[in-house]
Design a binder for this molecule. Structure first.
Ligand code: AHG
Ligand code: MN
Ligand code: MN
Ligand code: MN
Length: 334
């Protein structure tokens, strides 16, 4: 029987072999993974756990919060505040940063998360997830401020997501490739089920919310029209389309079999570059995709190079199979 390697054992080995993984960061990742187990349990309860439906409140984004948005946010905060690895946290569901209270030991890391991604899918039993990103607190900064978080995605030290689907799967990068762990519910542990995940450079599958077509910019419209023209068109091949409306699920499919995911700027909110948030959706997902050989741009530049100006800053996202992302980006630059 092949030996099962747990998340803990994998991280300890990374710490020992690669020396790039400090104990503090390893312990932080294990705390986040434990929190994701707790969220997975709540998600799986569904109606039985009274976790469905709206919470009746609004978040800083102006979105109506689902009960699970708030539950997941609280699970991540409670799991992480006493651990001693963090200076502060930031979340889609919180306005401003949450500095770890002085009654708890302070750490050097900054944790950002989208506690529950794909909220519109909660009540219809479609895969949802948690996305997280880890930065280091800047050297020498006393205390911790929102400004400390405003680092480009290229400065992340860990990024990952947990997808709550038929399986609960944790996907993680520490900058040395992408690994995947599947939750063994009976043992209660994440077991290594994929290493060195790679995104195929080419694809015949695109993911975009087609109902927004009339609002897109010309380069995205051109790309999608060419895909729709199929093998009689300029691409000379037929394409398939998928749109799950949970970024974690669409990205997981692309990580598993290739594809291109686009949530581009559209003219409904011309002053906003898109719907998705840079710090806790686009940056972690872009790093994972790049670490697996894919590409991620906002149509004009590498997402990981963008200097953030605000915690909840939005960004246009084009990510996935490298050759397709480069084609759409080229259309923007022509
Ligand atoms: P969240 O539920 O965390 O607010 O994120 C939802 C995002 C993302 O997961 C998904 O790709 C996108 O919203 C779907 O948007 P549409 O419903 O406009 O298609
Ligand atoms: Mn939301
Ligand atoms: Mn989200
Ligand atoms: Mn969310």
């Amino acid at each position: 029987m092949t030996q099962r390697i747990s998340l803990t054992r994998y991280l300890v080995e990374q710490q020992r072999i690669r020396h790039h993984l400090l104990a503090e960061l390893r312990l932080l990742i294990e705390v986040v993974a434990r929190a994701c187990k707790g969220i997975s349990h709540a998600v799986t309860q569904g109606a039985l756990g009274g976790v469905l439906g709206s919470a009746g409140s609004e978040n800083v984004q102006g979105e109506v919060q689902k009960k699970l948005d708030i539950i997941a946010n609280e699970v991540l905060i409670e799991a992480n505040e006493w651990g001693g690895h963090l200076a502060a946290m930031a979340s889609e569901e919180m306005d401003g940063i949450y500095a770890v209270p002085n009654r708890f030991p302070q750490g050097e890391y900054l944790l950002l998360f989208d506690p529950l991604d794909g909220s519109s899918n909660i009540d219809v039993n479609v895969s949802i997830g948690t996305i997280f990103s880890v930065l280091q607190k800047p050297e020498g900064s006393t205390g911790v401020t929102e400004q400390d978080f405003l680092q480009p995605g290229s400065r992340q030290v860990a990024a990952g997501y947990c997808i709550y689907g038929p399986q609960t799967t944790l996907v993680l990068t520490l900058g040395h490739g992408v690994v995947m762990f599947t939750l063994d519910r009976e043992q209660g542990s994440f077991v290594l089920t994929g290493e060195d995940l790679r995104v195929p450079e080419d694809t015949r599958e695109f993911a975009i919310n087609m109902s927004n077509m009339r609002h897109w910019d010309a380069p995205v419209k051109r790309y999608v029209d060419e895909c729709l023209a199929g093998k009689e068109g300029p691409r000379g091949k037929d394409f398939n389309m998928r749109w799950i409306a949970s970024m974690v699920a669409d990205v997981h499919r692309i990580l598993t079999r290739g594809g291109i995911f686009m949530y581009p700027w559209d003219k409904r909110e011309p002053d906003k570059p898109g719907k998705l948030r840079l710090m806790y959706e686009a940056n972690p997902m872009s790093w994972i995709i790049e670490q697996a050989g894919g590409a991620a741009t906002n149509g004009r530049q590498r997402i990981l190079d963008i200097q953030p100006n605000g915690l909840h800053e939005r960004v246009s996202v084009i990510l996935g199979s490298r050759n397709e992302v480069e084609r759409v980006t080229q259309y923007h630059l022509n």
